[in-house]
Design a protein around this ligand. Structure first.
Ligand code: SF4
Ligand code: SF4
Length: 160
């Protein structure tokens, strides 16, 4: 009996307090900046260095590129298989140009496994969506591009 009263006292004490639970998914949750959701990708920044694919522990990134008329490597295809991606963040850590980044999107549930293969266009669209939702966090793509071009122009000709 004493135990029951003790339990009731704890419950009653909590009643007037502010609730910490939310009515998800009706109520949107704001995730912190370092949340590791599915990726966003900026094709213009990718140098096709392959470092992200090489470090990936589950081998879920596949990419291809080619040289343009100025002999610069340009990305052509960039796919991530979210069936096996563990959102470990290693690919974004090694990317020298921040072409691949994490977002706060994570709702990819589907009955079709093919839906978990996301290509460059989906990932780029996710970048634009992230910029729209978090103008205070994301570096606008144009700024990214400017920074990237600045870094490229600073490099000695032998490295460019
Ligand atoms: S988050 Fe990890 S598992 Fe997913 S693509 Fe990047 S390196 Fe691979
Ligand atoms: S996303 Fe980054 S690490 Fe991956 S190939 Fe492009 S530049 Fe290299």
């Amino acid at each position: 009996m004493f135990g029951l009263l003790k339990g009731m006292a704890v419950t009653i004490r909590q009643l007037p307090k502010k609730k910490v639970t939310l009515m998800y998914p009706e109520q949107e949750i704001s995730y912190p900046e370092r949340f590791r959701g599915v990726h966003r990708f900026i094709p213009e920044l990718c140098t096709v260095c392959n470092q992200c694919a090489r470090i990936c522990p589950t081998d879920c990134i596949s990419l291809s590129g080619s040289r343009d008329e100025k002999r610069k490597l340009r990305i052509e295809t960039y796919d991530i298989n979210y069936d096996i991606c563990i959102l470990c963040n290693l690919c974004t850590e090694v990317c020298p140009t921040e072409a691949i980044l994490m977002s706060d999107k994570f709702e990819l549930a589907s009955y079709n496994r093919d839906d978990f293969y996301l290509d460059m266009h989906w990932l780029y669209h996710n970048e634009l969506e992230y910029e729209r939702l978090h103008p205070d966090r994301a570096i606008p793509q144009t700024e990214n591009q400017k920074e990237y071009e600045r870094k490229r122009s600073e490099k000695p000709a032998s490295e460019a």
